[in-house]
Design a protein around this ligand. Structure first.
Ligand SMILES: *[C@@H]1O[C@H](CO)[C@@H](O)[C@H](O)[C@H]1NC(C)=O
Ligand SMILES: *[C@@H]1O[C@H](CO)[C@@H](O)[C@H](O)[C@H]1NC(C)=O
Length: 390
């Protein structure tokens, strides 16, 4: 009897271990999800490892011959990350990814298709031109909202339009950003208003400490974001902002990477934890919810950039802290992976239409393909340099 009962519990344990992670089919919530504005949406919910990134990683794993690296790479498939809806054509596949989310998880999505997108750079220019705001509303935002409304039992975290409002604060002397400004403002407000649903938690993109963290940018930055929030009717689904999206800054680093430079004295937000402190205070003063999620997808290694503003495929980078609600900071709801590590930030081919000179700098990895497309060699570097390691 003893023997067989030991055998039984052992075999049960083995079945459980095999079944849970490989199939990823834990049950969806049986009733509608409501995320209170006072609640941390990530508390008790793990960021879902979406099937799009999982497929990219699994294809990458198959191409790796080194067995040790291959084993590490395979683990990346289980890390939660955000799905980027960066063109209208990505919307039909959205629901099939979304509805694989279990009740213990939250699905991350990036809203990223404003008219005149990426007005201060070239690598991520979008499909919609300035003047196409009605297309953005009716063919991009509205269909996404319909899909979310059809899936009320799933918790969703949405990052709203990376780089857009920050560009209006610091790049207003560029004609491209000037002509995009009114549609950015109206488009973001429209997205916030329409996505104000019980099961959605929104975070408006706020750049990073090296962007809106400059002393002179804190108040204008917070005002710009708060205006969008207020113009949307102060939606209760807005929890605050996303920082360091696709970025490289450390969470805590003293002194900061660029603190002891001549300009360092003009920026108190030398790491993302200090950005949370200072920009969080500015948001509160401006009358906006001030919780943060911070992208730690690629910030494991510091000291790589020649200048703080260098943003393209930084050479030597590693995967950072895995998504978690344990941040040690009451304003930081979670560390998340927003940028899917391995997808390029921009092409290094100087003859390409979307070539941006930042992708040709000495600290940028070359060769790199077009933004959003897979760079196998860069993915392997991220694994080798990961902290914590895989
Ligand atoms: C998930 O979404 C896909 C695509 O819309 C649909 O075909 C499928 O039936 C859905 N599955 C569930 C469980 O809702
Ligand atoms: C825009 O302003 C920034 C700093 O405020 C400056 O570095 C840059 O050269 C200006 N660009 C143009 C096109 O005037």
């Amino acid at each position: 009897m003893r023997l067989s009962s030991t055998f039984l519990s052992l075999s049960t344990a083995i079945t459980a271990v095999l079944a849970a992670p490989s199939v990823n089919k834990r049950a969806a919530c049986s009733s509608a999800v409501t995320i209170a504005q006072s609640e941390n949406p990530f508390s008790g919910r793990t960021l879902h490892a979406n099937a799009k990134y999982r497929e990219e990683v699994e294809t990458a794993v198959a191409a790796i011959t080194d067995s040790s690296l291959k084993a590490k790479a395979a683990k990346v498939a289980d890390v939660g990350s955000f799905l980027w809806l960066d063109t209208i054509s990505t919307i039909p596949s959205f629901e099939g990814y979304l509805n694989q989310t279990s009740c213990e998880e939250i699905f991350g999505v990036v809203i990223y298709d404003l008219p005149g997108r990426d007005c201060a750079a070239k690598a991520s220019n979008g499909e919609l031109a300035t003047g196409q705001l009605s297309t953005y509303k009716t063919q991009y935002i509205d269909p996404i909202v319909s899909i979310i409304k059809a899936n009320p039992n799933i918790a969703i975290a949405a990052v709203i339009e990376p780089d857009s409002l920050p560009n209006l604060v610091t790049n207003s002397n560029l004609t491209t950003c000037q002509s995009a400004a009114s549609e950015y403002r109206e488009g973001v407000a429209y997205a916030l208003k329409q996505l104000n649903l019980p099961n959605v938690a929104m975070y408006i993109d706020a750049g990073h400490g090296g962007w809106l963290g400059w002393n002179d940018n804190l108040t204008p930055g917070a005002t710009e974001l708060a205006n969008a929030y207020k113009n949307a009717g102060s939606p209760s689904s807005v929890h605050g902002v996303a920082s360091n999206v696709a970025g490289w800054n450390a969470w805590i680093k003293n002194p900061g990477e660029f603190e002891n430079t001549p300009d360092g004295q003009y920026n108190k937000a030398q790491d993302e934890s200090r950005y949370v402190q200072y920009f969080g205070a500015a948001l509160s003063s401006a009358g906006m919810p001030n919780h943060f999620i911070i992208d730690t997808g690629r910030n494991a290694v510091q000291g790589l950039r020649l200048e703080w503003g260098d943003w393209c495929n930084v050479k030597g980078a590693g995967f950072g802290v895995r998504p978690t609600e344990t941040t040690g900071n009451s304003l930081a709801d979670a560390f998340v992976w927003v940028k899917p590590g391995g997808e390029s930030d921009g092409t290094s081919d100087s003859s390409a239409t979307r070539y941006d000179s930042f992708c040709g700098k000495d600290d940028a990895y070359k060769p790199s393909p077009e933004a959003g497309t897979w760079n196998q060699a860069y993915f392997e570097e991220l694994i080798k340099n990961a902290v914590p390691s895989f």
